[in-house]
Design a binder for this molecule. Structure first.
Ligand code: 0O2
Length: 215
């Protein structure tokens, strides 16, 4: 595969400048680290979800999904960001290889989830993007956190980046459809459709505010 071939030209991998060096023969070994970090986060969030449900009968989190970015998508993103195609820049520049999406019923729940995640001492927040208070031009709304997650490999602690996206069910509905229509296709979406998508995002925001006010 093109990506693997390009990456594997450099077989010594330095992780985050933290005194760990991995002699990696395969791209899969690196992906294993991301998948391990993702599982750590997924377990913690699932426990949080159940704890709130069973102890306080509150549904703060409706559901969560996880994914590891496909090699083709990693390569496309590296090219788009004009990165050097090697492990170093993959690890440093691409923050969302491991991704978890947390879907909340209400808009206010997003900020509660974010505060709870920030209170975990083992997660180090590297970056946050509040597209809730200030949606993207496209209309996209979501709260993003990039965190460093400790993973114990062969007795050594290494830190792996995981992207957490938190949004409401309504925002998720919009983002999923918009993604299918526009974000991942190479087809140019007409101005009319883009405008309609922005209008729909505004309606969804109104709906989220109205629903929040009812509870
Ligand atoms: P996919 O397929 O979802 O993984 P950065 O490195 O932070 O400077 P980046 O990662 O492009 O740049 O940051 P940004 O804009 O916050 O986007 C990260 C992710 O948010 C995207 O990942 C999407 O999942 C989502 N996203 C951002 N903008 C939009 C949008 O307009 N519409 C939709 N539907 N999703 C969006 P990927 O890798 O682009 O895609």
């Amino acid at each position: 595969m093109e990506l693997e071939n390009s990456l594997l030209k450099q077989d010594t991998l330095h992780l985050e400048g933290k005194d760990v060096e991995i002699k990696s023969e395969t791209f899969e070994k690196l992906m294993f680290l991301y998948s391990a970090a993702l599982r750590e986060v997924e377990t913690k969030i699932n426990i949080l979800k159940d704890e709130l449900k069973y102890l306080y009968n509150y549904t703060l989190i409706d559901h969560i999904t996880t994914r590891i970015k496909k090699p083709e998508s990693i390569l496309n993103k590296m090219k788009k960001k004009q990165c050097n195609i090697n492990y170093q820049s993959l690890i440093e520049e691409i923050s969302d290889i491991a991704g978890i999406r947390i879907i909340c019923p209400l808009k206010d729940d997003i900020f509660s989830v974010i505060n709870l995640i920030k209170s975990y001492p083992e997660f180090k927040v590297l970056k946050e993007k509040d597209y809730i208070t200030k949606p993207k031009k496209s209309g996209y709304s979501s709260y993003h956190l990039i965190i460093d997650v400790p993973v114990n490999v062969a007795g050594k602690m290494i830190y792996v980046k995981v992207e957490i996206q938190v949004r409401t069910m309504a925002m998720d509905f919009w983002a999923s459809l918009e993604h299918d229509i526009k974000y991942k296709t190479n087809k140019k979406v007409s101005k009319k459709i883009s405008k309609e998508l922005i209008e729909c995002a505004k309606l969804i925001n109104k709906l989220d505010v109205q629903m929040s006010n009812m509870v």
